[in-house]
Design a protein around this ligand. Sequence first.
Ligand SMILES: [Zn+2]
Length: 564
Amino acid sequence: MSYEPLTLKYRPRRFADLVGQEAVATTLRNAVKSGRLANAFLFCGSRGTGKTSTARIFAKALECPESKDGEPCAECDICRAIARGDDIDVIEIDGASNRGIDEIRQIRDNAGYAPARARFKLYIIDEVHMLTIQAFNALLKTLEEPPAHVKFLFATTEASAVPETITSRCQRFEFLRIPVAAIVGRLEYICAQEGLSVETAALHLIATKCEGGLRDALSLLDQAVAYAGATLTAEDARRALGLVGREVCGDIVRPLLAKDAGALLQGLDQALERGRDVEELIDDLVEILRAAMVASATEQEHASGAQRELADALQHAWSLQRLMLALRLLLNARREVRLAGMGRIQLELALLKVMHSESLMSAEELRALLAAGGQGAAPARTFERRPPAPPVRAQPITIAPAPAPVQQAAAPVAAPVVAAPVAAPVAAPVAAPVPRSAGAFSLETVQAGWPKFLSLLGEQKKRLAGFLDGSEPASFVQGLLLVRLRSEFACTSLGEKAQRDVLEESFLGVFGTSVSMRFEALAAAPAGTVSAQPPDRDPGAMKLMSAFDGTLVHKSDNGPQVKE
Ligand SMILES: [Zn+2]
């Protein structure tokens, strides 16, 4: 007995069989019922969402002499011929392989003849965006004034590539990706029909992997059944579909939850050693976080199998805000990897930031961050510098009482720098409040947290931290942090954009505030010779360094002396 692939066997035959495209099906049925028909129809959507199947069903509905309520009978000669793709009045053209003007001219020449046996002459052009410009032009002539018995059904995965002169003459239908639940439902039905015993988790895996395309889902089911036989477990499906690598996500998510930086980085190492691609890994983590976020926001389960377990754990451990922040951080990392490479570092940074995100951010800042993150800004800029006196909404919990309540409340970042141990768990919280000048994130805050920042940096980026040996934050003006380094060589090295980016990201991860860093050599500013108006605090000098993205490697002592 010959085996018929599930994609063919369960190809939808009537509108009622269409999965996940109910709106399109209803509109088309009504058009057939009422007889109010456009001359041309354009079906747009990603692959496997049912465009071609719908075009055939629509063709049947238009031609079938037995059609009822806009639904074809699917049994008569005409319906069968259309389903096979060899009806004399329904001409199917694959735009990808027949791109030229000749095929289209033929349409034009034949369109004038009446249909042989049905009501309409129908032209179904699949992947219509692939036609050449000349072919489009030839097509346009027929489209502009088609004979009453001619209808065009176009399908495309890239509607934007179809000329506007064509699309403007079509009634357009968007085919959405089919929801996972709808695909699972259809797969369950098919498995029951086929006498297959399949775990629901396995179907979830398939439905997730096929990204909204039912045809792909059926191919994957075929593939998994070919691998495992009539009884299919989730584990079988995972193996058959090459999803084994996903289990490594557990080795990353679990340490994240346990705040175990060592295990986290080790898990990441192992994943990369096993040949996992950084971007793929980020995508998998994003998927899990998204599932947790959606579950948290809607109280509905969306993930499946091992993914669900991890998403559940995240959802229970973290607030919705924190999940959103984590997702944003990973999406930023993904974009950065694409733009700037250095995948491993980007992912390490993002994961460490995610791990510490709770202790770094107040709810207000999270909101600000999420609002800023949607603008497509570079990640270092998504943590917008806070204005000098942001509006007061809530009293931060960690800040010691002080007489000036308004300014005090404006500084939710300052306290956690010290109060929250970042990597190694510290038994007793370091409770001493950080000295602050105006209650905002200040130079004193940076100075107080600097040793901790250096030691954490040393754990991750030894070489960079080496350049910062003996460094001290010298000034902090309008988001520009000037750091004094021991040598001009260190200034030059850290002044390079790539290095500075890494430092600024790490700073952001530890302090929860975004700064631009500039460097100057300590030797250039020996103690005692610092003038009353050292150039590093000179607004003019700061402005110059900022404007030219520069680093102060040497300052002339003459300037200030002359001035004095
Ligand atoms: Zn029929």
